[in-house]
Design a protein around this ligand. Structure first.
Ligand code: NAI
Length: 339
């Protein structure tokens, strides 16, 4: 193994470690760094577990707010290696003040998330969960399973970055009309895939399906609220595989109750950090909002699994180890988030 002269073996506290990551992390680390695998989330209470580790690696529902970063700094942490693309859970201003360097995995597989997005659309449209449950009970009736042709429908894509643009291309293959909105227009989508850009209001009023592919920021938080829902076509399908905070869940429930939202597919949920990635099958569910969502037969919820393909896991681990290598050797790294 070739090491640069200034390479330092890092001790890394890997928070929110899941069994499914083990072979990938181990394969790419090749024992270069000492990985302390922790199945707990990073919180103020668990920050102490990083004592003696110069690097901390975190996932989407770990708490990297200012008080937690402060605590990590006290225990000698200097680097944060995110195993995610999104970084809305990290207080970058506080990290900068504390001199903590942060790197992420910007692009591990837009296809994984885009394809899951389309899986949600098709499962909702063709009522696959209901039909699967019926067949298991030897009920082969078809009433209540009527779907619609995707061909010719209008799909509104909010955010045509890496993931949104793959969704647009797949939808183009289905023969859909695609309207998009983004701060920047994608010339390839316009030229080759017939995508037209418009403002959010017109996208809302024309789309049969709306899919969100935005980062969660102060500007995009609750971008889907009652005001927006009131402009949607009756019976619209709404899909969110980005971040739960993009939609005001209580107001979306209002939209489902009134019938304006005809289908909802979500892989992310505003309050997911207390629920997702853990087995709560023995617990009494305390979250009344997600409980209400689960009562609708036109809602499908998956537990933040859109990224979960072997290709994505390989790329996440490979880039995370590369980011740690760069911290260890003080190399420049384009994955570092600089503000
Ligand atoms: P990206 O950065 O490539 O694209 C985001 C797009 O949103 C950009 O084109 C940007 O110009 C646009 N945008 C940002 N703010 C906007 C605003 N206020 N109004 C209109 N457009 C705006 O990001 P990427 O890789 O496509 O990811 C999208 C989201 O998917 C991420 O934020 C991430 O949180 C989420 N994600 C979810 C995963 C899952 O497993 N469910 C896995 C990976 C990412």
């Amino acid at each position: 193994m070739f090491y640069q002269t200034n390479f330092i073996k890092m001790k890394v506290a890997v928070y929110s470690f899941h069994k499914f990551e083990k072979e990938y992390l181990t394969n790419f680390n090749l024992s270069k760094h000492e990985l302390k695998l922790l199945d707990t989330r990073l919180t103020l209470q668990t920050a102490q577990l990083a004592e003696g580790c110069k690097t901390v690696s975190i996932f989407v529902n770990d708490d990297a707010s200012a008080p937690v970063l402060n605590e990590l700094k006290k225990y000698g942490v200097a680097f944060l290696a995110l195993r995610s693309a999104g970084y809305n859970h990290v207080d970058l201003v506080a990290a900068k003040k504390l001199g903590l360097r942060v790197a992420r995995v910007p692009d591990y597989s837009p296809y994984s998330v885009a394809e899951h997005t389309v899986a949600l659309m098709l499962a909702l449209n063709r009522k696959l969960i209901r039909s699967h449950n019926r067949v298991r009970e030897l009920n082969f009736t078809l009433d209540g399973l009527v779907g619609f042709d995707m061909q010719g429908k209008t799909v509104g894509i909010i955010g045509t970055g890496k993931i949104g643009s793959v969704v647009a291309k797949i939808m183009n293959g289905f023969g859909c009309n695609i309207i998009a909105t983004d701060l920047l227009e994608n010339k390839e989508l316009k030229g080759k895939y017939g995508v037209t850009y418009s403002d959010g209001q017109s996208l809302c009023s024309k789309s049969d399906i709306i899919s969100l592919h935005l980062p969660l920021t102060a500007e995009t938080k609750h971008i889907i609220d009652k005001k927006y829902i009131d402009k949607m076509k009756r019976g619209v399908m709404l899909i969110n595989t980005s971040r739960g905070g993009l939609i005001n869940t209580k107001e979306v429930i209002g939209g489902l109750k009134s019938g304006v939202i005809g289908y909802l597919g979500i892989d992310v949920y505003e309050e997911e950090s207390d629920l997702f990635f853990e087995d709560h099958s023995e617990d009494i569910l305390q979250d009344d909002v997600i409980s209400r969502l689960m009562t609708f037969n036109n809602v499908i919820i998956t537990g933040h699994q859109a990224f979960l393909t072997n290709t994505a896991l390989e790329n996440i681990s490979k880039t995370t180890i590369y980011n740690i290598d760069c911290f260890a050797s003080s190399d420049d790294n384009k994955n570092e988030i600089k503000i």
